[in-house]
Write a protein that binds this ligand. Structure first.
Ligand code: SAH
Ligand code: MG
Length: 219
């Protein structure tokens, strides 16, 4: 946890859960160690959906479909969701979950490495949820920005990595250093790119919320 334990416990004591289907899926994810969005991020996404009402959503990193289903079920408008996953074991489970929830008509899973899939995608998305390999976010960003509509929202999960990202490079173990510097580079880009307005928020495992402003408006 990034935030102080007491603060977290207090905030989580107001958490009201999700639909029974999602609650069950969350349990399954816990039992099988699938890293799905944490409660703080779940509530954050619900508020964001209520505000933005996105009709076209793109997700990078489906896992077993929990967050895609949460977005489909809590979006006040009917939407289409395209979600990308490359881990063979998780793909059939995600597809099965979309079917069981009756959402397979609006959620499309594309199999493959997001680095390749994103290049092939076209069209405009009004919400893009980045939740795949943390060291790759910076590489996905040019395509993600191409695919994001003006006024579109880019939401990224796990940007603070349990607080690791704020530690000095030398305080993190050697094998985490590449990810550490790439995530810092990503945060810098999000906060300094003139096309974006970004806030880094200590919710869950650390998230960013960015809005793409048209350069005309930005002056
Ligand atoms: N969004 C999901 C959790 C995603 S976990 C939820 O909250 O319910 C991150 C997922 O991204 C993992 O399943 C992992 O296999 C996938 N992933 C990691 N790197 C990827 C890549 N380069 N292309 C596609 N999927 C990737
Ligand atoms: Mg995540």
């Amino acid at each position: 946890m990034i935030t102080e334990e007491r603060l977290n416990t207090f905030i989580n004591s107001f958490y009201s859960g999700n639909t029974p289907f999602l609650n069950e899926l969350e349990e399954y994810a816990k039992e099988t160690n699938v890293p799905i969005i944490r409660p703080g991020m779940q509530s954050f996404i619900k508020v964001l959906l209520a505000l933005k009402k996105p009709a076209r959503i793109l997700e990078v990193g489906s896992a077993i479909g929990f967050s895609a289903l949460l977005m489909a079920q809590y979006n006040p408008v009917r939407c289409t969701i395209t979600t990308i996953e490359n881990y063979e074991k998780r793909i059939p489970i995600a597809r099965e979950n979309f079917k069981k929830a009756g959402m397979d008509d609006r959620i499309t899973l594309i199999e493959g490495d997001a680095a390749d899939v994103l290049k092939e995608l076209d069209g405009r998305y009004d919400l893009i949820f980045m939740d795949a390999a943390k060291g790759q976010y910076i590489n996905f960003l040019p395509d993600v920005l191409r695919l994001l509509d003006d006024d579109g929202v880019l939401l990224s999960d796990n940007v603070l990595q349990d607080g690791n990202v704020m530690e000095s490079r030398f305080a993190v173990v050697r094998r985490d250093r590449t990810i550490h510097s790439r995530m810092r580079e990503y945060l810098y880009e999000l906060t300094h790119n003139p096309e974006l307005i970004t806030d880094i928020i200590p919710v869950g495992d650390g998230i960013t919320l960015s809005v793409k402003v048209s350069l005309k408006e930005a002056k």
